[in-house]
Ligand binder design. Structure first.
Ligand code: GLY
Length: 364
């Protein structure tokens, strides 16, 4: 199994355990001194059926009361209604400041449960138990929590770090193909911005990774988490380098939002990575022609499908201004200068952005 990964921020530090079962979860809880009275598992209706029973049994060895609060699945439920319902549940369970929340699920569960933990009684401890690949390699790490407002992604939220993250890689085995594929989008994104060797590793081991063989799978998870942990350690609040994790996200969020979340976050980011690489080339970086075709081929290998609807470029462009990276009405993009190297590009011309949007939309 891969070695654990460590995150350190100015106010806290925590482990990302990478295991292939939940056998060491109790140890992780005890090591973190979380032996309280009440634990609340927050999960969604799909993950609930798979894991709540066994996690609850495990937590009952440590906590006197273990409750579960189940939220509806899907990005359209990542909103304040779900959040308010959770606060009521916590009150019903007599949750206090020592109560520990266990966010068991994918990115939506992690974001909502984390934000709930950050605000209930001005902050109670929580643990991330990600069950999707995307949550393992991205959303569970780094303390970004929040909810959407209408179609605007993560517009209400907080940076609030978990007590620890516990990844059980065997959970990835039961993921539906489209969710595995969405997670690979974030893995490939991370390789593109920071790790050319990882990008090569993914290309060379694509079959084994897609077959979810244990060693290559835990290798890409650990390596991606390590990069993310390093970036978060350097810049917890995204005042600098952390922004590069948003490669492909300005295009991607815009597409995701305009599709009414019909295109998942992971797949929107995959489309966004193609557009962002194209924009990098347009703006003069040394992006070889084959980089774009190689990336498209790799994303397709991991399940990216062509866009089935047409979204007007001007609406996609306007939507970008709702992005949190917009500063003083100017769009900022994360671009790559080569595979494994990223930087922020401020205020590119509207024409260049439109051309990149068009490139993304032509993939139909
Ligand atoms: N998902 C990007 C970040 O955590 O900063």
């Amino acid at each position: 199994m891969a070695a654990n990964v460590y995150v350190q921020t100015p106010l806290t530090e925590y482990q990302i355990y990478i295991k292939n079962s939940y056998d060491e979860l109790a140890f992780a809880i005890q090591t973190t001194n979380l032996c309280g009275y009440t634990a609340v598992i927050i999960t969604d209706e799909i993950v609930d059926r798979l894991y709540t029973f066994s996690i609850r049994e495990l937590l009952l060895r440590i906590f006197t009361n273990v409750y579960a609060a189940v939220i509806p699945a899907g990005e359209t439920n990542k909103n304040h209604e779900t959040l308010i319902a959770l606060y009521h549940k916590l009150q019903e369970f007599h949750a206090d400041r020592q109560t520990v929340i266990f966010a068991l699920g994918g990115g939506v569960v992690g974001d909502v449960a984390g934000f709930c933990a950050s605000t209930y009684m001005r902050g109670i401890p929580y643990v991330q138990l990600p069950t999707t690949l995307l949550a393992c390699v991205d959303s569970s790490v780094g303390g970004k929590t929040g909810v959407d407002l209408g179609n605007s992604k993560n517009i209400i939220g907080a940076f609030y770090q978990p007590q620890f993250v516990y990844i059980n890689t065997s959970a990835i085995q039961s993921l539906p193909p489209e969710q595995f594929s969405a997670g690979m989008g974030e893995v490939i994104k991370t390789a593109l911005i920071r790790d050319a060797e990882l990008y090569e590793y993914i290309r060379d081991n694509r079959e084994a990774i897609r077959n979810r063989e244990e060693t290559p799978l835990s290798t890409v998870i650990a390596r991606t988490c390590r990069i993310k942990a390093k970036i978060v350690t350097a810049d917890e609040k995204e005042t600098g380098v952390r922004a590069i994790l948003n490669f492909g996200h300005t295009f991607g969020h815009s597409l995701e939002s305009l599709s009414g979340f019909g295109i998942s976050h992971g797949h929107s980011v995959m489309h966004g990575c193609r557009a962002a690489m194209y924009l990098s080339k347009l703006l003069g970086y040394d992006i070889k022609d084959h980089y774009l075709s190689d990336l498209t081929e790799l994303l397709e290998f991991f399940g990216l499908s062509r866009l089935s609807s047409e979204y007007p470029p001007d609406l996609l462009y306007d939507k970008m201004f709702e992005d949190k990276k917009t500063k003083n009405g100017e769009l900022n993009f994360v671009l790559i200068t080569d595979i494994g190297f990223a930087q922020i590009y401020k205020n590119p011309t509207k024409k260049a952005v439109f051309d990149a949007i068009q490139y993304m939309m032509d993939y139909r």
